[in-house]
Design a protein around this ligand. Structure first.
Ligand SMILES: Cc1cc2nc3c(=O)[nH]c(=O)nc-3n(C[C@H](O)[C@H](O)[C@H](O)COP(=O)(O)O)c2cc1C
Length: 182
């Protein structure tokens, strides 16, 4: 039997009632057998990226902890809204911390997929494309063909887990990511 694949989920919204966190929670629940998804909270506790802080003697504990969980995961799933046509700052800041040490970041070479939801009619596709571009420079192996941008209005106020098609789509995303990680 093959070993369990672990997926680190990063959410680009800090809001308690975040639809994107709900989708990440759905990924936890809908992951196929043999795959576990863990949401990494606390991206808001990362200080703004600062090269002066990014030395062995001064790196902030929140960064060390994030890099450690990233290093321990087989793959990563990013679930993010769109803010003003692009990546929310909290997520971009996490990308910057994860991109260093240059050429040897904690997600180096690991498959990474970007999905999410936003209020606009295209479901945040600009932010998703920009997140793929940025992570593509930062070290992970972005799985470009995994795409899922959900216009929040299509959820009709219900939790994502109450939409059979979305459950199926999110399960397929995790399954594909696991194949890439094996
Ligand atoms: C600062 C800000 C900027 C936003 N910009 C966009 C945008 O460019 N495109 C979009 O579709 N929605 C935009 N929205 C609406 C978000 O898609 C919506 O608030 C969404 O619910 C946020 O995701 P969350 O539920 O996971 O927090 C913006 C919201 C905020 C607070």
């Amino acid at each position: 039997m093959s070993r369990e694949i672990t997926v680190l989920a990063l959410v680009g919204s800090l809001r308690t009632a975040s639809v994107n966190r709900q989708i990440a929670q759905l990924a936890v629940e809908a992951a196929p057998v043999g795959v576990s998804v863990t949401i990494r909270e606390g991206l808001g506790e990362l200080p703004f990226y600062n090269e002066d802080l990014d030395t062995p003697a001064t790196v902030p504990p929140a960064v060390t902890a994030l890099r450690a969980v990233a290093a321990g995961a087989d793959a990563a799933l990013v679930v993010t809204p769109e803010y003003n046509g692009t990546i929310p700052g909290v997520l971009k800041n996490a990308i910057d911390w994860l991109s260093r040490p240059f050429g040897d970041g904690a997600l180096k070479g690991k498959p990474l997929a970007v999905i999410g939801a936003a209020l606009g009619r295209y479901g945040g596709v600009w932010a998703h494309d920009e997140t793929r571009k940025s992570f593509g420079l930062a070290g992970p192996r972005v799985v470009e063909e995994i795409k899922l941008s959900v216009p929040i209005g299509t959820l009709g106020g219900k939790h994502p887990r109450d939409h059979a098609q979305l459950v199926s789509d999110v399960r397929a995303v995790i399954a594909k990511l696991a194949v890439e990680a094996r």
